[in-house]
Design a protein around this ligand. Structure first.
Ligand SMILES: NC(=O)c1ccc[n+]([C@@H]2O[C@H](COP(=O)([O-])OP(=O)(O)OC[C@H]3O[C@@H](n4cnc5c(N)ncnc54)[C@H](O)[C@@H]3O)[C@@H](O)[C@H]2O)c1
Length: 344
């Protein structure tokens, strides 16, 4: 089979990694890199791919089978619409849009045109998460009642030297919690109501540094999650999963999911249960489920090839990305107003 031709639009921090995975994956070929900067051109040259300064210029020379859009948030909808209008399947990095109504416009356009649109919530492709979903769906935990999540880590002071990171439009709710919420939705279903408080007690930036959030899911699961980029701690996806080697990996959990017959820790995949009788007086047994690790960005590329070639249903569709974004918008609204926000 000829490889699926994929182009990467925006070759910055994450786009470069996408381009490397596309080039390395036997099922795909890197057909172009689009990025107007010299750095973007250098990425194309390093990977031996044609370079174009804009989407339009690429299209007049080269039609890929799919595009991965990793431009700044403000360009996601524009670039996504360019792909949809050209009938080219696309993965749009998260957040799907920087505005809910615009995100809805993009998803509606893709659905109307029948063009596959995915959101780059790559954590869903982590084999550990796939296994966690299998465990939750299998009923081994009984009826799931609660989940708990932490995103606690320390972003150093120099991280905030870039102005935009101190302003509205940045902050751990939008930048980081969006990943956690997307996984919670993947594992436990739709969120129907949120309450949140936030603070900027230490750094005093316009944007929050800490937030505490209550989530109610349609199936009755209740969740709590706290996020902070100003706490020295080992409890976050980043510090525990080893997904990105720049963070020193800790043998700690970042999420716990609790049910009537057992509990699960993530990322260790430890299942805690009472083998004989469910009771706080009975021995608790801990079983560790093992999975072979694999880079989820690479798995995402393979899945995208299956969507394009075999018509596979997207695991993280544009609509899913939009629904995750709606929860994040509700968290921000609740933190601002102090009110509980119900989601339709
Ligand atoms: N899935 C994840 O874990 C993850 C991680 C990091 C970033 N992201 C998302 O990816 C996106 C990019 O983030 P980043 O950290 O790589 O940013 P970045 O600033 O490093 O890269 C953005 C790139 O887009 C290029 N660009 C700007 N305008 C363009 C245009 N019109 N056409 C083509 N290219 C253009 C820039 O030159 C730059 O190289 C953001 O939306 C971010 O939220 C996702």
């Amino acid at each position: 089979m000829t490889p699926v031709k994929l182009a990467v639009i925006g070759a910055g921090l994450i786009g470069r990694r996408h381009a490397e995975h596309v080039a390395a994956e036997p099922r795909s070929a890197l057909s172009a890199v689009v990025d107007p900067t010299p750095a973007g051109r250098a990425v194309a040259a390093a990977l031996g791919a044609p370079w174009f300064p804009s989407f339009g210029q690429m299209l007049s020379a080269e039609r890929p089978d799919g595009v991965i859009i990793a431009t700044p948030n403000q360009l996601h909808v524009r670039n996504g619409l360019e792909a949809v209008e050209a009938g080219i399947p696309a993965i749009v990095e998260k957040p799907l849009a920087d505005d809910l109504a615009e995100g809805e416009r993009l998803v509606a356009a893709a659905e109307k045109a029948g063009v596959p649109l995915l959101t780059g919530h790559h954590r869903r492709y982590n084999p550990m998460i796939r296994k966690a979903k299998e465990i939750v769906d299998s009923g081994r935990l009984g009826r799931v009642l609660a989940l708990s999540g932490h995103f606690w880590l320390m972003k150093p002071d120099d991280y905030f030297e870039a102005d935009w990171r101190r302003e509205k439009g940045a902050g751990p709710i939008l930048l980081n919690l969006i990943h956690d919420v997307d996984l919670f939705r993947y594992l436990c279903g739709e969120v129907v109501s949120v309450q949140a408080h936030s603070s900027n007690a230490v750094r005093g930036h316009a944007v929050e540094e800490t937030a505490a959030i209550l989530l109610r899911f349609a199936n009755g699961v209740l969740g709590t999650v706290t996020v902070s980029d100003s706490i020295v701690a080992p409890w976050s996806w980043e510090m525990t999963t080893g997904e990105n080697p720049v963070y020193p990996q800790q043998d700690q959990s970042c999420y716990q999911i609790g049910g009537t017959h057992g509990s699960l820790t993530i990322p260790q995949l430890e299942i805690w249960s009472n083998p004989a009788k469910r009771s706080w007086w009975e021995p608790l047994v801990r079983e560790r489920v093992h999975v072979a690790p694999e880079d989820p960005l690479r798995v995402q590329v393979r899945h995208f090839c299956d969507v394009i070639r075999k018509g596979a249903a997207p695991i993280a569709s544009g609509r899913e990305g939009l629904n995750t974004l709606k929860v994040i918008a509700a968290v921000q609204r609740s933190a601002e107003t102090g009110a509980t926000v119900e989601l339709g």
